[in-house]
Ligand binder design. Structure first.
Ligand SMILES: NC(=O)c1ccc[n+]([C@@H]2O[C@H](COP(=O)([O-])OP(=O)(O)OC[C@H]3O[C@@H](n4cnc5c(N)ncnc54)[C@H](OP(=O)(O)O)[C@@H]3O)[C@@H](O)[C@H]2O)c1
Length: 348
């Protein structure tokens, strides 16, 4: 395996919002590919997609799809991963999974390369890609934790509809047209496919992402809480989240309050650390109205941070505004980055 210079790659969910971005990044980054297999459900099987100007016919994903595959990138929902990822591993592939199926499994590394690249090495065939809103937050917090220590995180999210896939984007588009034409808006998907009620997302804000848990938090909120502790190796870290869906297509934004272990720091101290942090871009100058927005971060790989402020009352408290493209760093780019590091470090 280590002597290979090109790899057989499969993408499960290749026709989806994340899968399409993975295809694009593999092409843009000139990932060393021998063969590329594009897999979907029966619905899209037979469809033709372009890769490096060559047509590839999409195939239905089955247990037998993974013969000869070195790396399988999954983004077709948790139930598909649970059913097919172990089959891919049986065929000798390493799976990088974008769903929540294995993230909290203690035998599965949960990885943001800028934060915990070395965890990849301990994989047993499956590596999990964290939730999109978690990835961008830990990328911004890890350098602060390293420099100053971190004891508490309170995050409120402003999340794009593409986080719920292609159908949610269609729903926002249709509802926007309906609203502007004075028609009743039809809501069939959001906040959560399969939940009892649906509400319009156009011209609205929905304080529910994923289903409610017994403790009153949503699954998205609990993902942010539990995944942050696992990725940062900080079980004792105090983390709490409120996750909200808003009517724009791409990039999640987050208002993050942190308490650092070191006291009496100035905004400049945090700027200095964030300026030098891998994968992070500081865009913070109130005098020129410089700060990141979902539109400015869209189609970019980095995590953007602005609006760094010292808390009014707490001397070790700071507020940050963190924005990143949920389909790129939040999903496809983080996945491909893990695949790159697997190869570079001979950890396949
Ligand atoms: N969107 C994000 O920001 C984001 C970020 C991180 C993680 N994720 C996770 O990634 C996964 C996919 O999300 P998405 O936004 O790309 O969804 P999406 O746009 O709805 O795409 C779903 C993909 O899965 C395929 N699929 C569905 N059922 C299948 C089955 N039974 N067998 C094989 N393929 C099947 C679909 O194929 P067809 O074309 O045949 O329907 C399509 O390619 C989800 O688990 C999601 O939670 C999403």
């Amino acid at each position: 395996m280590t002597s290979k210079t090109a790899y057989n790659i499969a993408i499960v969910g290749a026709t989806g919002a994340v899968g399409q971005k993975i295809v694009q990044i593999l092409e843009d980054k000139k990932f060393p590919i021998d063969t590329l297999k594009l897999l979907s459900s029966e619905r899209s099987a037979g469809k033709k997609l372009l890769f490096n100007n060559q047509e590839i016919i999409v195939e239905k994903a089955t247990a037998e799809s993974f013969a000869g595959i070195d790396i399988a990138l999954f983004s077709a929902g948790g139930s598909v991963s649970k059913a097919l990822a172990p089959k891919a591993v049986e065929h000798g592939a390493v799976v990088i999974d974008n769903t929540s199926a294995f993230r909290m499994d203690e035998n599965v590394p949960l990885v943001v390369p800028e934060v915990n690249e070395s965890d990849i090495k301990a994989h047993n065939g499956i590596i999990a890609n964290p939730n999109c809103s978690t990835i961008q937050m830990v990328a911004a917090l890890q350098p602060l934790k390293k420099a100053f220590g971190l004891s508490r995180v309170i995050v409120s999210t402003y999340q794009a509809v593409s986080g719920s896939g292609n159908q949610a984007c269609n729903e926002l588009e249709n509802q926007t047209k309906q609203y502007l034409e004075n028609q009743e808006m039809t809501a069939e998907l959001l906040p959560v496919k399969g939940d009892k009620k649906h509400f319009p997302i156009a011209f609205n804000a929905l304080p529910q992402i994923d289903v409610f848990q017994e403790n009153g938090y949503t699954f998205e909120e609990m993902k942010m809480i539990n995944e942050t502790k696992k990725i940062m190796h900080s079980p004792e870290l105090s983390v709490v989240a409120t996750c909200v869906r808003l009517p724009f297509f791409t990039s999640h934004a987050e208002s993050v309050y942190v308490e650092l272990e070191q006291d009496n720091l100035a905004v400049k101290d945090l700027w200095d650390v964030l300026t030098n942090a891998e994968g992070v871009v500081l865009e913070d100058d109130p005098s020129t109205q410089t700060y990141p927005t979902p539109l400015s971060a869209a189609n970019k790989e980095e995590v953007f941070v602005g609006r760094v402020r010292k808390d009014i009352d707490k001397s070790n408290g700071f507020h940050l505004w963190v924005v990143s493209d949920n389909l790129l760093k939040g999903a496809a780019w983080n996945t491909v980055q893990i695949a790159e590091r697997l190869i570079q470090n001979n950890w396949l």
